[in-house]
Design a binder for this molecule. Structure first.
Ligand code: ADP
Ligand code: MG
Length: 386
């Protein structure tokens, strides 16, 4: 986008403004703030800026007030200090003066959006001179407003937020300063299996936490009681550990854990050696020794990639492991990159935004990039640029 003269051009700008909304008010505006520099630079360049985004999962072809972008238009206007009106029937054509921006209502209200309908994509393309794809967090989906429109618009290019995301991911994965350490937490090995496999081929150390660590512990014969773990993933976990040994990659497992008999805000938490977990207990966090040890091992890292909380951080008594690791990442001099919906919530909860080199706005797109998959919305831009 920065190579184009946008003066008086109709710019169709795809952002990901899919933010949490409660009672008509945006409750976390991180994604709106991430899009601001791009919106501002289009306006300053004298473009007529038509902003596109989805919100939630409406039934296509039906207007649903609950999933209207109206609250997003309000917050966007506040942050910009300029009114950004919301246009409901924008497919029919939109009036917008040079240097101004309008927000087009939820793209998913249109039939054919999710299926990347050619007819819908051509209608969107006819609204603009330049299509700018800036929504990294939806770049892994080929939909009419992320992919199809890029085929038919007179010009199609990447916006600065998308470029920034891709550059940060490439820096961490393609030519990382070593040692490269990945931290993968969250609930299940099964949902992150391809991420774990892909990372194993690149990293020098793979730290696991959360339900994933429970499955690895169970695979080494440790009794995990009633902990969240996947009994049908034990062979796969063993295979990953064998592969790691063959490559000389470390997968350090927790040596102590935080357990409880129930998962509740009022649950009483105990610290145990991994060898003393009771049959009626659940592992809900890594223990203080493990957190200390993992955290210290980050001090020497050249690059850190983090996805997934190390415990049930939503409850304070099971959040200390995640807090310790988040703090250690922030303290480290390494180039650090974090992504994932719950990971971002943890970063916000522990206030470590400043210490992390790059916080990706993508959840699914972040993970698919780490897996080495091609993001369709990026591939189409590359083919248009070729
Ligand atoms: P992200 O959205 O960052 O990719 P995930 O969705 O994979 O992360 O995982 C986050 C969830 O994993 C959180 O809701 C957290 O409570 C849960 N979790 C972490 N550790 C455990 C554990 N030991 N037992 C059960 N759930 C866990
Ligand atoms: Mg999640």
């Amino acid at each position: 986008m920065s190579d184009l003269d946008l003066k008086n051009k109709r710019v169709l700008l795809r952002e990901d403004l899919n933010v949490p909304v409660q009672d008509g008010v945006v409750t976390s505006d991180a994604r709106i703030r991430a899009a601001l520099p791009t919106v501002r630079s289009c306006m300053e360049a004298g473009a007529k800026v038509l902003i596109l985004s989805h919100l939630g999962r409406p039934q296509e072809g039906v207007y649903d007030e609950k999933l209207s972008l109206a609250p997003v238009a309000v917050r966007l206007s506040e942050l910009l200090g300029r009114a950004v009106p919301l246009r409901r029937d924008w497919l029919e054509g939109v009036d917008c003066a040079p240097g101004e921006a309008v927000l087009c209502e939820n793209v998913r209200f249109n039939k054919g959006e999710k299926k990347d309908s050619e007819e819908l994509a051509r209608r969107m393309a006819s609204l603009c001179d330049v299509f700018v794809m800036d929504a990294f967090a939806t770049a892994h989906r080929a939909e009419a407003s992320t992919h199809g429109v890029a085929r038919f618009a007179p010009r199609a290019c990447a916006g600065p937020l998308l470029v920034g995301e891709l550059e940060a991911l490439e820096r961490a994965l393609e030519s990382p300063a070593r040692p490269l350490v990945a931290i993968v937490g969250g609930s299940k090995v099964s949902t992150k299996l391809t991420v774990l496999e892909a990372l194993l081929e690149k990293v020098d150390r793979l730290i696991v936490g959360g339900g994933i660590a429970n499955t690895f512990l169970a695979a080494t014969g440790v009794g995990v009681g009633r902990s969240l773990h996947e009994a049908d993933m034990l062979d796969i976990a063993r295979r990953l550990m064998t592969r790691a040994r063959a490559r000389g990659t470390e997968i350090p497992l927790p040596t102590d854990v935080v357990v409880a008999k129930e998962l509740a805000a009022t649950a009483h938490a105990d610290i145990r050696s991994i060898h003393e977990v009771g049959g009626d207990e659940m592992i809900l966090d890594i223990g203080p020794d493990s957190a200390e040890h993992f955290g210290a091992s980050l001090d020497s890292a050249g690059t850190i990639i983090w996805n997934g909380p190390l415990g049930v951080f939503e409850y304070d008594q099971f959040g200390e492991g995640t807090r310790a690791i988040a703090t250690a990442i922030a303290r480290s001099k390494a180039f650090s990159l974090a992504g994932g919906g719950d990971t971002l919530a943890a970063i916000e909860k522990y206030g470590v935004e400043e210490g992390i080199s790059y916080i990706s706005t993508g959840g699914g797109a972040f993970l698919e990039f780490v897996e080495g998959k091609t993001l369709p919305a990026v591939a189409i831009l590359e083919s248009r640029a070729a």
